[in-house]
Each structure stands twice: as C-alpha cells, then as structure tokens.
Write a protein that binds this ligand. Sequence first.
Ligand code: NCD
Length: 362
Amino acid sequence: MRSLIDIVDFSVDELKEMMDVAIDIGNNPAKYSEACKGKKLATLFFEPSTRTRLSFEAAMWELGGSVIGFSSASSSSAAKGESYADTAKVISCYADIIAMRSPVEGSSYVASINASVPVINGGDGGHCHPTQTLADLLTIYKHKGGFDNLTVGFCGDLKYGRTVHSLIGALSRYNNVNIVLISPKELVLPDYIKEEVLEKNNMEYVEVTSLEDNIGCLDILYMTRIQRERFDDPEEYERLKNSYVLDVEKMAKAKSDMYVLHPLPRVNEISVKVDADPRAVYFEQCLNGKHMRMALILKLLEEKAKDPVIVDRFAGEKLLINRYRCTNTKCISQNEQELDQVFKVVDEENNVCRCIYCDKLA
Ligand code: NCD
C-alpha cells in the first residue's frame, strides 16, 4: 500500500500514466462514475482550504464514492489534544482513503505510517503540496506537451510556498528544465531545495528580484501569494505583501506562448484584467486538479487492493534515530507526543543529515 506524501513518491512514468487517466476522465466522465462505488474518502483539514478539499470531495463523488470529514482543527478532536498518529488510526476504521492538510510539517507522513489506508498529503505547513503539483503538471502538459527544455519562472513567496517546493521537485526529474526564481531576498527558496533538488540534479537556476526584467525568457510563469499565515513577524509580511503584481503591461513583455499558472487563492499578485488573456490558465488548473485527484484516488486504491502492507517511503535509507533534535518549531517532531527524532543521512562524507519529517538540516 502506498501513500502520496511528496511528489517524488511517484515515478515519472507513474505521473504520465496518471495524467493520461486524468485526461480520459475529462473526456469520458461516465466511464468512471461507479469506479469507487462503496468506497469512502475522509478529508481531514486542520487548516483552511477551498480548492484542495472541495476538489477531493467532488473527485470522490464523481467516482461514485462518498465522503466524510472535517474542515477545521477546531471541529475535530485535535482541539482536545489528539495526536495525528491516533487520528490516523481512528479514521482508518471509517474510511478507505484519507486526504489531509495541516499547518504542521511532516504531519501527513506521520499519519501515513499509522494509518491502515492510503494517506494523501493535501499540504503540510510550508513544506509540500504534491496534489497541487499534479494539477500544475497536467496544466503544463496540456499546453506544452511535456516538460523537457522548459524555462519555468517561480514568482512571489518561494520560502513558504509549499506548492513551489513540490513543483520544483517534480520538474527536477525531467531534462534540461531551467528555473528562474523571482522573489524578494527575504523570501528566497529554502537552501535544502537548492542543495538537494536543484544542485543535486544539475538543474540550471538563477535567483533574481525583478519580474519585469525576466518575464520575457519564460515558457511558464508560476505566480504565488505571499503566505501571510506562515510569517513569524507580521511587520515583515506588511513590508513584503505587495512585492509583485502581474499586470497587462508585464504580460505584453512575455512570449505569446508563455502560460501563467497560480495555485490560487490570489490576493493581489495578478491583476484581474490578466484573466482575459488566453495565456492565463489558473482557473483551468482547478479543473485539472479535480481530474488528477480522481486519477490519484483510483491509483492509490488500486495499489492498496494489490498489497495492503504499508510501504514506508524511507525504507532502505540510512536513518539516525534520536541522535539529533530537529530545531524547526513547525515540525511534527516538536509537536507530537513521543515521536522519535529521525534524520536521514544525505551526505555521509560531510556528515549532512536532514529531518525525515520536514527536511531541515541537523
Ligand atoms: C495553496 C496552498 O494551500 O498551499 N493553495 C492551494 O491548495 N491551491 C497556495 C496558497 O495557499 O497560496
């Protein structure tokens, strides 16, 4: 049995298969309308969501299944202090598959090793958001026919934007993808992604601050919102919140086949006037997200039927148990009772270790 915690849990071939299924679902919805008859999806949302939760719920209904769940931490036993591990064990008695979101980094992984059903990470703090990446990949695939040789710009909050982290992870597995990172210096991409993903995969990347000066070279522009809820200092958010606005004037400098994606919600970083531009595909991305989530539910339930034993995503890796302590206050290892501190060795020679839950350095 498998879960989806990080986008790299699926191979490039599996992602391609899922995109093909999602396209078929879009073309022939009736063919899939009873595919999950009798199955239940639980949506456990400890953090606000519009698209992710509702597209999961719509996805399961359209597959003929049904849905249970909650949409805020305050309406669940988390408010009484229940752990993610216990929640996962309990919900496994009621549902065939779980989709969850939480502000705590690594929480979906901990749920997945305690659940007896597949767990889907719908966003764990500022860490990962692999199902948004599924929507992003299908949107790029439909417009560009593939991923090799693209120049992809990421603009906005690259520090806390979990959708950025996951999409870069996915793109690292294709050939000759060039990355242009556009952000204020306070919100640059975390070092672990630069080191472990971009540099390890020999990807070309630049870090710049101006959208205007760089938009002309892009094939894809991935805009993001400044993530107010993740800032420790509200004044810093106030200072940075209007860093970028994509408007009609800037779009005029872009290639005629440069597509604009945004995971949404938008605050003010894309002018509403840009919506009429055929290169603006962020609403289409939402529909693609529902079809990909349908393909994902089918895939994980199929895998579970083949083999109900949990496959731990760190099986076979060199792990250090309780040798170091994670210093990230948003990591599950600082929030969950009696959880071992576990680090994976990523570079034995230089003694580099990262927390398995949140990827931060030891
Ligand atoms: C994103 C998220 O939750 O990280 N939203 C989404 O799921 N589509 C992006 C965001 O909140 O800015």
